[in-house]
Design a protein around this ligand. Sequence first.
Ligand code: ADP
Ligand code: MG
Length: 700
Amino acid sequence: MPANSLLTDIKYLKGVGPVRAKLLADDLNAHTFRDLLYTFPYKYIDRSEIHTIRTLKEGMPYVQLRGSIVDIETEGIGRKKRLKAIFSDGTGYLTLIWFNATKSLEDNLRYDKTYLILGKPNFWNGQISIAHPEMEDCAKLQTEPGGLMPHYHTSEKMKRAGVDSRRLGAWVQNLLDTLPVGSIEETLPAYVIAQHRLLPIEDALRTVHHPESSLALPPAIHRLKFEELFYLQLDILRSAAGRRRDNEGYQFQKVGERFMQFYNTCLPFELTEAQKRVIREIRRDMGSGRQMNRLLQGDVGCGKTIVALLCCLLALDNGFQACIMAPTEILAEQHFATIKELLSPLPVTVELLTGSVKGKARKQIMQGIADGTVHILVGTHALIEPTVRFLNLGFVVIDEQHRFGVKQRAALWEKNVRPPHVLVMTATPIPRTLAMTVYGDLDVSVIDALPPGRKPIQTIHYTQRERGYMYTGMMRELAAGRQVYVVFPLIEGSEESNLQDLETGYNNLCDVFPAFKIGKVHGRMKPADKDAVMQAFKRRELQILVATTVIEVGVNVPNASVMVIENADRFGLSQLHQLRGRVGRGSDKAYCILMTGSKLTDSARRRMEVMVESTDGFVIAEEDMRLRGPGDMDGTQQSGMPFDLKIANLVRDTDLMATARDTAAALLEQDPEESLPQNAVAWQQLKLFKKSQQSFSEIS
Ligand code: ADP
Ligand code: MG
């Protein structure tokens, strides 16, 4: 068979044809023979294990049973016809059910035969049934069933067209049988295979689709996962290297007056070691002559703002302007206020540009940005509008990354002759595997310690019945002069939901706490009104702030010590963690109270447990990813991976991902021109891995 026969159109595979080929293309993204071989089983059923009806339990996956039919009945007529057979293996009875059963199926069921059946048992009303079992006549089985049977995902549409897991598996087998042994070409460089003791691709593919035994499977899966992660990382690292080569950056050589003066005389506190280390990393980047693209990760409250500010001063000292972009007006205003205050002893001009800065004021700021009299510009998305022209922008800070897409970042690069250095800051801790992948083009710095003196936040989960305890706790803190946030998932109640809403909650709180002043903020208010309430809360004129998640990100009121989250089960883990991060910013002990009903889904209950058990953002992020799957993590959809993983798993295969990344990095370093013969296979395969993804985005 010719070398590239694996790229043959799948429609030419025996039994497929053009109609089913379209189905495979649409629903499995499989276009070629190769794609079919790379459609992996998602599970295996051990065919050597035969269960007994008596020992079946609820929740069991597919099981095999051996027995015979003791009764057959049909219900309904025509298209609604349903066939039922009572099946027994001597330890009990269950019902086999076929909907829309055909006549031939009915005729083939015989009382005098022993069958081996395979299916998923359903329990209902003390009865067990299996719908649409796979059945084999034991007399016709050539050998005892044994080995692992692969199961493939198929869509509803495919199943309706008769292309179920079994059919698909038969096609794969058929294809493998037509390929002479030794004809599947290796897809990784030989030295990589040797170095990591990987199975040859031929063995891995044959085994994964048809394992001889359960012992043969792990090395095959390992090999395929490695390959997949290797090409994923090679792709990411390659484009990052390309961008680095292309993007010369401004070289910030000196640490000048403003940085030193601020560092020596204006810092309100001693920086933590983690903060100092990150500043050193950033300075090294900025001095390298290459454009910096760095992700700064640090849990809420770890002190990212001051790091960003010091780096802005570095830019200023080297004759450049800097800007800080925040995802919301409230945050932009807060950064502006903080920074203006901190910098007041220095001759530095800081301005704020948001959508609500209008008219003459806006014109003046624009003028100042263009002529260089504005040194640091703080703002929202308004900063990336093309009308905003800097004289000489050298450094950009993007706060709370997950609300900004890659496109928006790119728009900032165009604001100067060379792209400015970019620091992306996020408090959504991204698990290491995901950071490596989704932000693979960014270098990563981590602030992994909180400023000294912080007391850990105590998190408590109360159900509605325990609401009284929550009020008691609030009262104790309010009486001690602290402030409280109460967050609701909705602004107003809707008829079909029994969720706590902000308006009702506000009225209740006014009744319960008549002696305290209560304010509310939510997304439907005008920015100026929101701001007025926030400022009043900051000045302690309000003691309780009722809010929606508009306060999720970044708001800083150190005197607030209690965060109450109503209907906490409505929020995802990372959101809950963000909300909790609004308290515990001062040196007093802080509390987060999660209110829910008493009936919770398993996932919601787990989320509450995780929140109560841990305040570590990274633990929470890992757990979040485990519960929701990586595709769902904040900010990952927009960043996107170069291709979907078919066999490796971002959560479970952390170590393998790191190995694959190191291997890809070494290859790239050794062969930047992509010309070494021993790597030819890698560059060629990389295209194939990327291509299979492309065809998917074209059709979907
Ligand atoms: P985040 O990383 O969540 O953006 P901030 O930059 O808003 O955190 O900092 C949280 C709080 O911690 C602020 O009040 C800030 O002034 C304070 N802070 C930051 N660094 C230190 C430090 N090294 N020592 C003491 N307090 C600090
Ligand atoms: Mg912040």
